[in-house]
Design a binder for this molecule. Structure first.
Ligand code: FAD
Length: 291
């Protein structure tokens, strides 16, 4: 099934993102996490894509296939193109197809610090065009409420996004944000640019200090005053910080749901406890919207 069908059948959808075991860590290490997250009843689970290159050196395809075929939940396989040749991409696409995984989050990926890339494509829109020619898959793409860090201004960022969507994107998932007003302003700009596909809001529950450094380093998301206050108050207690992080994410989600968001994409960081607590808090709201 294409994930866009869920958007078409429901007013709002809820999904989870996980990452596959890294390096030499065996695939079995993720079984418990998969089992727990799959049982929560989300619309789909997405699996990030790390290592560039062939099927052999990353576990994204295998984990996406397990979600779909063993746990019976729709899966969305992330795929980056910046460091992959068409042959590498074909290998992955064929493997996904054989395993009945028919949804891809088509991404460029980050350019390595050396600036050297060995892929056949420079941008996500080229990968999307390639996928559209080759397979009848559901295709999602990424978008950035605060602008992609390499785009010179927010106006150009939206123009690039529109070009990307016009290549055949079904729906978009946002980079994480911690201030809903940033997302609402972004939706206004997207609507004005006549981008009409559903947008899923990417929410990351911040439950430890390490994540905060990652957020500022990787995506430069604005960190609101209210959030800083919470972190500095509870940073010395693991449990208090975790619970405050869950509460913050729940508050963000309730506000988004009440404002008519089409989907919530939860960056779970492979933590089923946190994913479960959050969904428990918003499940009745989602049900009532979809009734
Ligand atoms: P693009 O849409 O290609 O945009 C990249 C930059 O190029 C932007 O600045 C854009 O404005 C610019 N641009 C686009 N078209 C043109 C053009 N024609 N001419 C000039 N400039 C142009 N990374 C991973 O490695 N693995 C993952 O699993 C992963 N999952 C992600 C999931 C989500 C929801 C998000 C939001 C990001 C994810 N990323 C992942 C990070 C992503 O790969 C990086 O943010 C990357 O730098 C950009 O990818 P993109 O697909 O948005 O690129």
């Amino acid at each position: 099934m294409k994930i866009i069908d869920s958007f078409n059948n429901k007013k709002v959808i809820f999904s989870f993102e996980i990452f596959p075991p890294k390096g030499d860590t065996p695939i079995e290490k993720i079984y418990d996490t998969l089992e727990e997250i799959s049982s929560l009843g989300g619309d789909y689970i997405s699996v990030t894509y790390g290592a560039g290159g062939s099927v052999r050196d990353n576990k994204t395809v295998e984990v996406s296939s397990l979600i779909k075929n063993k746990y019976g939940v729709e899966s969305l396989s992330h795929l980056t193109c910046i460091n992959s040749t068409k042959d590498n991409l074909d290998e992955i696409i064929n493997k996904l197809n054989e395993n009945n995984v028919r949804n891809i989050l088509a991404l460029r990926g980050d350019i390595p610090e050396s600036g050297e890339t060995k892929g056949d494509f420079k941008y996500a829109y080229e990968l999307i065009g390639y996928l559209k020619e080759k397979v009848d898959f559901g295709i999602a793409a990424a978008c950035y409420p605060e602008g992609h860090f390499q785009c010179e201004n927010l106006h150009d960022d939206i123009i690039r996004l529109k070009e990307k969507v016009d290549c055949g994107v079904d729906y978009l998932i946002t980079q994480l944000f911690l201030d809903n007003n940033i997302f609402y302003n972004y939706l206004d700009r997207i609507t004005k640019a006549r981008i009409n596909v559903p947008i899923e809001a990417g929410i990351m529950p911040v439950i430890n200090k390490r994540q905060i450094q990652t957020i500022s380093k990787l995506c430069g998301a604005t960190i609101p005053e209210k959030f800083i206050k919470i972190i500095s108050k509870y940073e010395h207690s693991k449990e208090a910080l975790r619970d405050a992080g869950i509460a913050y994410a729940v508050e963000q989600i309730v506000d988004l749901l009440s404002s008519g968001v089409r989907g919530i994409h939860l960056y779970t960081m492979n933590n089923p406890y946190v994913a479960k607590k959050i969904l428990e808090n918003v499940n009745s709201i989602i049900k009532s919207i979809n009734e």
